[in-house]
Ligand binder design. Sequence first.
Ligand code: PLP
Length: 424
Amino acid sequence: MSSVFHRIPKRHLPVAVKGDGMYIFDRDGKRYIDGYAGGACVSCLGHSQQEVIDAIRHQVGEMAFFHAGMFTSEPLEELASILTTDAPEGLTRVFFTNSGSEAVETAIMMARQYFVEVGDPRRKKVIGRRSSYHGAGLTGLSVGYQVARRTPFEDISPSVFHISPCYEYRGRLEGETPEQYGLRTANELEQAILGLGPESVMAFVAETVTGTTSGATPPVPGYFKRIRDICDKYGVLLILDEVFCGLGRTGTLHACEQDGVAPDFLTFAKGIAAGYQPIGATMVNQKIYDAIVGGSGTFKGGYTYSGHATACAAAVAVQKILRAPGFLDHVKATGNVLAAQLKDRFAQHPHVGDIRGRGMLMTLELVENRETKAPFPAALGLSSKIYQSAQAKGLITHAQSGTVDGHVGDHVVICPPLIAAQEN
Ligand code: PLP
């Protein structure tokens, strides 16, 4: 009997023993197609990238770890330089964490420290969106809105105000264009800021393309431009969380490039070292860096393993592959094929209400009734049944129950490793 406290102990978990490209093999020799990139977009380069394995071996042989408060290192400096060279405008500095949850928490802590340093300590309120996931710590759970996970902890979490997500399939009114819908939804941020008092609001946090709570849900055109304008108008910092959708997944290096905005903070994790090592990052603009460094001189957050040399070495190798000529073109082209094939096979399906996504991050939203968009009842546990039946057939995918203000249906998220060939 296992003494591991698995997160979902009742789920049957095969014992994974080997990964090879798009495939995972269990101890019984069964092969699985990895349709979820190692669990939530992490293994974006598949499971056997030799350059990454070699980089890790080399770094461990030289020096596996040092404390980044006492030394810097070549892989740490090189990784920061790669990430900042082609970052969205203004993001000139990068702070390393161990995970996406810590990357988001770091951004929120830096935002708060920024306002304290510049003598505006009244700004402490955070606004998030219903239907989003920003990590499993108390801060991430409270900013995010994955109801089942956050509810038990609400009483001990920081309080956060939430506005509607940009979720066209469920939110756009009849007769409204996508642009009008985007504007109306983004304007909720302005109303929230005015309601809370602009002088008290510190940051707005959003996933550029949501990954988990309502499946892959890209924003409509213009939505984030309006969000950026509102943040600028009221001096609110914009934190975009690209832990799930960043670093190539949507066909561009950063998802927000396609929305024409640059945030004040951009968070990453999964795609940085492609699961070969655990690492996350918070990119930050020069204004924030200057205020903290020119003020008290020290960022008050940080972790023992921040800037772990072996994790950074793995990430350098991964980031070079992502930026190799033709790689992102391949992702874009394969994403187009994936979208076309999903539409070809499922657009007429009586229980597929929506097919959406961006690049190689796609979702099928399942409904009981296509006309009314009524979801299957949550009690049916459809997502879990789909997950189990795909797994039994050798396909790892992610099916989940979507929530905004309650169950909004079941979603199947498809995000294979970015190396997937189009004929696979
Ligand atoms: N932010 C987003 C958008 C995520 O999808 C996740 C994880 O799925 C996180 C943050 C938390 O990342 P981690 O699980 O590495 O802590």
